[in-house]
Every structure is written in structure tokens, then in C-alpha cells.
Design a protein around this ligand. Structure first.
Ligand code: AMP
Length: 214
């Protein structure tokens, strides 16, 4: 099964993708994670995209399409969860072609619907375990009092450089201008399923499960 998780920044795509990886053994393809990894390892591409990402703008279609193409070629088995990709109509068209090329198809696009006020609160409160990537949130899922990650016990946590109000506003604008047209695009293709992204993490996971069995 190959699916897309679609939604604005802070909708919970990464959290739900991690659950699907654990529960269904799927492969998470997050272009945001790939770009952050390129920055950390200091590749040419990573250096080129750093300022764009911190400002909250989208990097070029060509860069992210190449990243996805490499991953599709490197993983012949397993279902894919596209997390944060596609984000433009050109990327959506390219994904369709790439899947065709490897004789795969898209099973469903899960739209995670959330209201904008909730996004600002969620994003400015979130952090991630530096070791295993488990997500925490000061309000809904705080780091335990002993300061240890509930999954791996690490005591180091990071906040993303672009998780601030200024960058979030640009990211939201990019989402509405360039990414939200994908909702109509996938609706017209008969692939769209919507879930309430404001529900609890377990509630959203259950809604995704039922959407995938439709
Ligand atoms: P994310 O972790 O998905 O929120 O992505 C973080 C940042 O990486 C975004 O704000 C963009 O700058 C960049 N990015 C990630 N995925 C894409 C994509 N599919 N197209 C363009 N830029 C992307």
C-alpha cells in the first residue's frame, strides 16, 4: 500500500507516519527529514536549501523529486508513506510518473484537517528526541519530569529552527498557495480521504486505519 499524508505544517503527519511505520512496517519518505539530513551532513544541496527552509519557503520541485526518485529506486519492497511530499501540483504529477515507472500505484491520500489557530500553538510547543526522533509537545505530550525520552531514554531534545511564529506564517501561506490545490487534485482522482487532525493521536490513528480499509 502506498499513501500520502497531506496537511499543513503541524497537522501531525510525521507523528502518524511513525505509527504507520511501527504498526504496518511501511517506509516513511519525508522530504523534510531528507533535507534536514542533507543540511546536517553539509552536502552542497543541504547548504543551498538551508536559508530557504529556515524562512519557511518551499525548495525547488527538482530537488525534492530527485530525493524521492532515489528512495523509490533504493527500496524495492514495502509500502511507502509520503510525508510532506508532494507539496505542489508539479510534484504530484512527477510522483504519479515515478510510481508508474516502478509499477506501483497510489492507494490513498489522507488529508489531515486542522484549524490554523491550533497549528500555531502546536508548532511553537513541539520538540523531538535528538536520538530516536520521538515527538513531544509541551501541552499535549510533555517531556517526562525525569527529562528522559519515553522511547529510548535519551535526555537530548531538539526544536526545529523553522518552528517559530514568523516562519510558520510563511509555511502556512506556502501551504495554502501551493499545496492545498492537491486536495482537489486527489479528490478528482478518487484517492482523497479526510480525517480530523485535531482529534487525539490515538483518535487520528484510528481514523486513518478506517480510511485505509475503505
Ligand atoms: P517539513 O519537515 O515537511 O515541514 O519540511 C520542512 C521544510 O523543508 C519545508 O518548510 C520546506 O522548506 C522543505 N520541504 C520539505 N518537503 C518539501 C517539498 N515536498 N517541496 C518543497 N519543499 C519542501
Amino acid at each position: 500500500m502506498n499513501i500520502i499524508l497531506l496537511g499543513p505544517p503541524g497537522a501531525g503527519k510525521g507523528t502518524q507516519a511513525r505509527r504507520l511505520v511501527q504498526e504496518r512496517n511501511m517506509i516513511q519518505l519525508s522530504t523534510g527529514d531528507m533535507l534536514r539530513a542533507a543540511r546536517t551532513s553539509g552536502t552542497d544541496m543541504g547548504n543551498r536549501v538551508a536559508a530557504i527552509m529556515d524562512a519557511g519557503e518551499l525548495v525547488t520541485d527538482e530537488i525534492v523529486i530527485d530525493l524521492i526518485e532515489e528512495q523509490l529506486a533504493a527500496n524495492s519492497d514495502g509500502g511507502f508513506i509520503f510525508d510532506g511530499f508532494p507539496r505542489t501540483l508539479a510534484q504530484a504529477d512527477a510522483l504519479g510518473e515515478l510510481l508508474d515507472k516502478c509499477s506501483r500505484s497510489l492507494d490513498a491520500v489522507i488529508e489531515m484537517a486542522v484549524d490554523d489557530d491550533a497549528l500555531v500553538t502546536r508548532i511553537t510547543a513541539r520538540s523531538t528526541c535528538a536520538n530516536c526522533g520521538e515527538g513531544f509537545n509541551d501541552i499535549s505530550k510533555p517531556i517526562p519530569e525525569d527529562g528522559k525520552c519515553t522511547v529510548c531514554g535519551s535526555t537530548e531534545f531538539i526544536r526545529r529552527a523553522d518552528d517559530n511564529e514568523e516562519s510558520l506564517r510563511v509555511r502556512l501561506l506556502e501551504y495554502y498557495k501551493k499545496t492545498s490545490p492537491l486536495i482537489g487534485y486527489y479528490y478528482a482522482k478518487g484517492k482523497l480521504r479526510s480525517v480530523d487532525g485535531l482529534d487525539s493521536m490515538d483518535g487520528v490513528a484510528a481514523a486513518i486505519k478506517s480510511a485505509l480499509s475503505e
